[in-house]
Design a protein around this ligand. Structure first.
Ligand SMILES: *Cc1c(COP(=O)(O)O)cnc(C)c1O
Length: 397
């Protein structure tokens, strides 16, 4: 039993973890199979942790994967008291299991949780719980015989207190599930025609995803459901994702951050992405990593520069679709790509704005040179081809 904190509540405490192993193992699907593309065949176990307003965080549990029980009055079913994370665990080419900057995801979950009046916790405890979970399900679901594979991890928090009263929930459930996930950045489902490389984006017309004073910076479910209407419209007209505009400002694409490489009118090469300042966009872990790598390696004198990859300036600022359109018209647009855990680094081949398709250069045909290089650098870290502090090893014994 842990002791309560100054507020009389118990903190999230990984040392209290209780483990109930499953007695019936689930079938591990073949990589890239139809089952994997269904993204619902979870691993053998899941994590659950209950929080109540009179106790705080109860002992975390790892138990067999299975249904949750909720009352119809559960807060999350009515008031969107929900938030989540998306991260991956990778089986390295050196045989080891790694998370990518997990402390960032754990900290962001606290930010999202508190934005919708759900409780905070020490993100380091969550990271320990996550590692304990992967120690159990990692070896079987990401066998050493399959280097270069990954599982998608979905930590989530829901208000499950029984209360129809319009107020913050008195009981909360944190859970973590892991699921084999297809390679969305290049592949297509079995039987489907191979996809042309590059995402086609449709700039949002009247709808917007987030706004000043809202919650676009938090990974809360309330940001996603309402966006599906535009997404469906886009898919019907042949576009993969929506490029979300806010009063003509370019923000993000689907559930990914958006980057463009262009030359300024003065001929300066820039890597540009929307700034975090107005709290409209999500502070993506991949976005941050792209910016940090670019600032470190895409500078004059760097060993990484080639005839195609020149030094550039990294710019985080508010910019408009008109600037993008102008750069395109003047032939200054070099490439564009999206970044995120789900789509990783995926080049963008077209942007439809007001019924006009801006075709974006795609380098050698598979994607721009910067996107390709950044993707390689990140992959090398995730799969242990290079030692880097962002690649956090999970002990398996
Ligand atoms: C999750 C997400 C991203 C990407 O964040 P990563 O941490 O890089 O996975 C970007 N935009 C939105 C809206 C998201 O939900």
């Amino acid at each position: 039993m842990s002791s309560p904190n100054a507020a009389g509540l118990h903190d999230l405490d990984a040392s209290q973890l209780r483990i109930t192993p499953t007695t019936s193992l689930r079938t591990v699907p073949e990589p890239d199979s139809a089952e994997v593309w269904g993204v619902k065949s979870c691993t053998d176990h899941m994590v659950t942790v209950t929080w109540t307003d009179d106790y705080g965080w109860h002992a975390p549990e790892i138990k067999p994967y299975g249904p949750l029980t909720l009352m119809p009055t559960a807060s999350c079913l009515h008031y969107a008291t929900q938030c989540f994370e998306g991260m991956k665990v990778y089986r390295g080419f050196d045989g080891r299991l790694r998370l990518f900057r997990p402390e960032r995801n754990c900290a962001r979950l606290v930010l999202s949780s508190t934005r919708v009046a759900l409780p905070a916790f020490d993100p380091r405890e969550l990271e320990k719980i996550l590692k304990a979970f992967l120690k159990i399900d990692g070896p079987r679901w990401l066998p050493k015989s399959r280097p270069g594979t990954f599982l998608y991890l979905r930590p989530a928090i829901i208000g499950n207190g029984e209360q129809l009263g319009v107020t913050s929930p008195s009981e909360v459930l944190l859970f973590i599930i892991a699921v084999p996930w297809p390679d969305l950045s290049t592949g297509s489902p079995p039987g489907a025609p191979p996809r042309a490389p590059g995402l086609k984006l449709l700039a949002s017309k009247t709808e917007t995803r987030a706004w000043p004073g809202g919650f676009g910076y938090a990974k809360v479910g309330a940001n996603y459901g309402p966006a599906f209407v535009s997404q469906i419209e886009g898919r019907k007209s042949g576009y993969d994702q929506i490029l979300w505009l806010l009063d003509n400002q370019v923000t993000e694409a689907g559930a990914s951050n958006f980057f463009v490489v262009w030359k300024t009118k003065e001929g300066k090469l820039e890597l540009v992405t929307a700034s975090l300042d107005s709290k409209i966009i999500l502070d993506g872990v991949t976005r941050r990593s792209v910016l940090e790598l670019a600032r470190e390696r895409l500078v004059e004198g760097s060993e990484h520069l080639t005839s195609e990859v020149k030094a550039l300036e990294v710019v985080e600022r508010t910019y408009t679709i008109f600037e993008l359109e102008e750069a395109w018209k003047e032939g200054r647009l070099v490439e564009a790509f999206v970044s995120g855990t789900a789509y990783f680094i995926t080049p963008v081949s077209a942007i439809n704005y007001r019924d006009e398709d801006l075709d974006i250069p795609m380098g050698d045909g598979t994607g721009g040179h910067y996107a390709g290089l950044l993707k390689k650098w990140l992959k090398d870290i995730m799969y242990g081809n290079v030692e880097h502090e962002w690649g956090v090893v999970v002990d398996e014994e």
